[in-house]
Ligand binder design. Structure first.
Ligand code: NI
Length: 387
């Protein structure tokens, strides 16, 4: 695979960095060691480094050889609350925390590009390296934006990427336009009235009400959402009770909604509230409903999607890149950055086949120089003003 030769020459260094991060995973907003490692390397390579942006986020800025455009590249640094079961020699030393989504590799690929660009400086304009915390539903992108990321470091375009364990190393895909779902998380708490289980008539049983609500919530997608508009509403948790002979006084339902159409999502949120209100009236209980907007819909800029594919084709070959046909119901908080600055987000395939977020996920390290080369070439190509 014709990755940039200079990057291929230090692929072993990238593997070492990645394994170091993999062994020492940190949850969202706790990436203190990882951020220090990133900032240390950027500084070592002579890149102006800013820390503490969005709590543990790091931004590096590198000027090219001549004025031009500013291109942002973004990687995520956080791990997941999963106990690693890979038996790798460099498996997580932090029990219950694992880089099961490959963000260790994303961070390493961006570091690889930063080192190359700092050593060669063969580009115009400015490169902004964005290392964000807390991608896994904990609001890292929004935290950086709230810290005025793009006011401090204005970018003309931004790019991001995610590894894809599809068994097809070096394949690159971008879905122009709407690419990934927006996501809400929700908690619904039925506050009823507990009693001895032998005397249900003196209780108002929250479990009966909550299970009925689960069924009613299923009616929203089937009856209120147009069949040609994909939307997912999943109840993923039910919590109540602690004894065989006690009707509890509370039951909590939790779950997630995934959507591509924001107006439709608002309709669904309202239906959820209405159904809860109906259950309150029907059963004489009080229901708390907390619906939290966690991820925006990820929208890739049409033209820049093709730009990213063209640049990737220079690295992995034209036969290895393709327009991804369908949007996916997964979510990604780079979506919020793409609302502020146009850009694109690609997937890079690798030899691994165990799914992301699985405790046996193994990343193919062959992806490291590939991702670093795509990032580096984006800066070399896009920093020069057109015409
Ligand atoms: Ni991820």
């Amino acid at each position: 695979m014709p990755v940039i030769e200079r990057i291929a020459d230090y692929a072993d260094d990238l593997v070492a960095i990645r394994r170091d991060i993999h062994e020492n995973p940190e949850l969202g907003m706790e990436e203190v060691r990882t951020a220090a490692l990133v900032a240390g390397l950027l500084n070592e390579w002579g890149i102006t480094t800013h820390t503490g942006i969005g709590k543990t986020g790091v931004v590096g800025v590198l000027e090219g050889k001549a004025p031009g455009r500013t291109i942002g590249l973004r990687a995520d640094m956080d791990a997941l609350p999963i106990h690693e079961q890979t038996n790798l020699p460099f498996a997580s030393k932090n029990p219950g925390v694992m880089h099961a989504c490959g963000h260790d590799a994303h961070t390493t690929m961006l570091l690889g590009a930063a080192r190359y660009l700092a050593e060669t400086r063969d580009f115009n304009g400015k490169a902004v390296f964005i290392f964000q915390p807390a991608e896994e539903g904990l609001g890292g992108a929004r935290a950086m934006l709230a810290d005025n990321l793009f006011e401090q470091f204005p970018c003309d375009e931004i790019y991001g990427m995610h590894n894809k364990p599809n068994g097809e190393p070096g394949t690159v895909g971008v879905k122009p336009g709407i690419a990934m779902a927006g996501a809400d998380f929700f908690d619904i708490t039925v506050n009823a009235s507990g009693a001895h289980a032998a005397m249900p008539h003196v209780s108002i049983d929250p479990i009966v009400i909550a299970t009925s609500l689960v069924q009613q919530l299923q009616s929203i997608v089937s009856r209120n959402v147009p069949p040609n508009s994909p939307l997912v509403l999943s109840v993923t948790q039910i919590h109540a009770g602690s004894a065989y002979n006690v009707i509890p006084s509370q039951c909590t339902l939790s779950g997630t909604m995934r959507y591509f159409d924001t107006a439709l999502a608002n309709t669904v949120r309202q239906r959820m509230r209405d159904l809860c209100r109906g259950a309150e009236l029907s059963y004489g209980v009080q229901i708390d409903i907390d619906i939290r907007d966690i991820f925006d819909v990820l929208v890739n800029d049409d033209a820049l999607s093709h730009t990213m594919l063209d640049v990737a084709a220079e690295i992995v070959g034209a036969d290895q890149v393709q327009v991804t046909p369908d949007a996916v119901t997964g979510s990604e908080d780079f979506a919020d950055m793409l609302r502020a600055v146009p850009g694109a987000y690609c997937t890079v395939g690798h030899e691994g086949t165990v799914p992301l977020h699985n405790d046996g996920f193994i990343l193919d390290e062959g992806i490291l120089p590939v991702g670093a080369s795509i990032y580096a070439r984006l800066i070399e190509k896009r920093g020069t003003p057109a015409g």
